[in-house]
Write a new protein. Structure first.
Length: 648
């Protein structure tokens, strides 16, 4: 979302935190702004900042996607536990390996205490060989166990992240258009990356750490009590204190984490928007204004991040102080016991050794409470995407499968499942009919189409006219089944399109959108995007048919030339001709041209008209356009007027 001008300004106090003059950011002066003067910071701005601070106490609401449902640790584990299917035994084995490694540390502490008691105190160096060999052997075994546990636990972690990323991307790609538009692209990227990774601290690595810490704490506590129960009793009073500290800091960190995740998503959105529109920003002399937007959101992210840092730092220091105080008390009491003959130096050494391992486990549990609580903020953002309704999908669509099915498959099996959908017969003809079609976009009461009728015979070249917002592109959405009509039906070759699988239906169609979609890769790969099994000769013929060969041959590498992002190294006409070549190669019986000449000059338009008409004349074609001259190329015109389809 692009903020309104009123959202782009801050008070001097706010920018003083950056050491930047709010009236002159990157050469931008508020006094010279055509939008508002330097005194225009008023109640709306202050109210917005107040709302930002107030909203930071809970879950952010951007006014579009709404507030995600709050999750706690239990509900988050329940929600995402299917991602652990088939991996739970690995989790258990990793935990067992870690606990065996804990057992080796107990042995090494006991060996060290024995050495102190029987070698160092007594001065018997001859007794050193055997315990030293045991110490080395046990340490090596512990190292192997720790390595195996780390590798196995890491494998589970990465498998969970792979499954979640695949599930989330598959779901996002199938969101209904109106639902997808509610999420900013940059924010979605942040949810797919940092938010997904944060959930790992709940599902795998966090679960392993929690179980290992709890069991280890019990093991070390038992060892300490066996060694000297009264000293151990004094030591373990720290545990409930640390738990209280962790719970309190967890609330603070979750609040800050929600703000930080939200702000991080907004920064990604602003940067993505700024980079995409970089030329327009420079041409309109708005570089400073654009920088100001990112700077403002970065400040919000920094403030939230600093809240997290302060809370975590305070928690760590509080735990350290508590540990030191408890250790001093144990040493003082232990020294008194040694002086009175109730304990030996070896006993005190062993006890402090066990406490040296026990306290970090308590601190780990406390840190996990804080980290896991923070991760639930990310879980809320991921769940908000996964709960967003998908558009029309087939019952056998891989997106509906258990998230393990595709992610766990081999490359060959995944390729088969994802690129070889179940297909019905694809006809060579495309005659379609709208019968009493009524349609409103979800959540809207406005009828885009109302009892609309239209019959298009196979081979017809039809132009679709209508005012902006009349519903011309809606026809495309309905034909592609991004949506189904509320009333009436649409048939293709006398078959209701709802009875056709989506791959079968869409195999009948080629769409040239208003904004040509070009992808990273070579020119040849882009031409063959809709038909990846095409031969080099077929690609060359398609380029010839689209009148694209001449400019392609001038590119370094020709068809093997790599395109810049979104084809930025090509002109608008060149991008359009690559799209035409793609349609020639795909060779479907129905062609949809959505404003194919928008943004092109007269000379470029004239050049693409001939190949476009040649492509259109050999199949059923819908031409959506505002240009009467281009519309005149069609056999006849259909106008979208007052929610009806009227043939002219």
């Amino acid at each position: 979302m692009t903020p309104e001008p009123d959202e782009l300004y801050e008070t001097e106090t706010e920018f003083d935190e950056f050491g930047v003059d709010s009236d002159d950011v990157d050469g931008y002066s508020a006094e010279s702004s055509p939008a508002r003067g330097p005194s225009a910071v008023g109640p709306d701005d202050l109210a917005e900042d107040a709302a930002q601070r107030e909203g930071s106490a809970g879950i952010e609401d951007d006014g579009i996607t709404g507030r995600p449902d709050p999750l706690n640790v239990i509900t988050t584990m329940r929600r995402f536990s299917p991602l652990l299917v088939g991996e739970r035994w690995k989790l258990v084995l990793a935990i067992v390996l870690y606990l065996l490694e804990v057992g080796t540390t107990v042995i090494t502490v006991a060996v060290f205490a024995y050495i102190v008691e029987n070698v160092l105190v007594d001065g018997d160096l001859g007794a050193l060989t055997e315990p030293m060999l045991i110490w080395v052997a046990v340490s090596l075994i512990g190292a192997v166990l720790s390595y195996a546990g780390n590798v196995l636990g890491g494998a589970v972690t990465e498998k969970v992240l792979l499954r979640l990323r695949d599930q989330m991307y598959a779901h996002t790609q199938r969101l209904a258009p109106h639902t997808r538009s509610r999420f900013d692209t940059g924010d979605l990227i942040a949810r797919h990356s940092s938010d997904v990774e944060a959930i790992d601290s709940l599902l795998s690595s966090g679960l392993i750490s929690a179980v290992v810490a709890i069991v280890s704490l019990v093991i070390y506590a038992v060892a300490a009590f066996v060694t000297q129960w009264d000293l151990a009793l004094l030591a373990v009073v720290l545990a409930p204190l640390l738990w209280v500290i962790a719970r309190w800091f967890g609330v603070v960190v979750k609040r800050a984490s929600r703000r930080e995740r939200y702000a991080n998503g907004k920064i990604s959105t602003l940067i993505q928007e700024g980079l995409t529109n970089s030329l327009a920003i420079q041409a309109d002399n708005q570089v400073g204004r654009d920088r100001l937007r990112v700077l403002r959101q970065s400040r919000r992210w920094r403030n939230a991040r600093m809240s997290e840092i302060k809370a975590n730092a305070a928690f760590a220091e509080a735990v350290t102080i508590a540990e030191v105080l408890c250790m001093i008390a144990v040493l003082a009491f232990g020294a008194w016991q040694i002086s009175t003959g109730r304990a030996t130096i070896g006993t005190l050494i062993a006890l402090t050794g066990y406490l040296g391992y026990l306290y970090p486990q308590i601190q780990t549990l406390g840190s996990l409470v804080v980290d896991v609580t923070s991760a639930t903020a990310s879980a809320e953002r991921v769940a908000q995407v996964l709960d967003a309704p998908m558009g029309i999908v087939d019952a056998d669509d891989p997106a509906l499968d258990d998230p393990t099915v595709v992610a766990d498959a081999s490359d060959d099996d995944a390729a088969r499942m994802l690129t070889e959908p179940v297909m019905g017969p694809v006809a060579d003809t495309a005659a379609f009919r709208f019968s009493g079609v009524g349609f409103s976009y979800p959540g809207s009461t406005h009828r885009v189409l109302d009892n609309a009728d239209l019959t298009i015979a196979d081979g017809d070249f039809v132009s679709i006219l209508g005012a902006s917002g009349a519903g011309k592109s809606t026809l495309t959405y309905l034909l592609l089944r991004f949506y189904d009509p509320d009333t009436g039906s649409i048939t293709l070759n006398d078959n209701d399109i709802r009875s056709l699988g989506l791959p079968t239906l869409r195999a009948h169609m080629s769409v040239l959108p208003q904004q040509v979609a070009l992808f990273g890769g070579t020119v040849a790969e882009n031409i063959a995007y809709g038909r990846p099994d095409a031969t080099d000769e077929q690609i060359r013929r398609a380029a010839d048919s689209a009148d694209a060969t001449e400019f392609i041959e001038r590119l370094p590498g020709g068809l093997d030339a790599r395109l810049a992002e979104r084809g930025a190294n090509l002109s608008g006409g060149q991008r359009q001709r690559i799209a035409l070549a793609r349609a020639f190669l795909r060779d479907t019986p129905l062609l949809i041209l959505d404003e194919p000449t928008t943004g092109l000059d007269a000379k470029t338009t004239a050049r693409i008209i001939e190949p476009m008409c040649r492509l259109a004349r050999s199949r059923t074609t819908l031409l959506i356009t505002h240009d009467p001259q281009v519309a005149a190329l069609a056999d006849y015109t259909v106008e979208v007027d007052d929610a009806r389809l009227v043939r002219r």
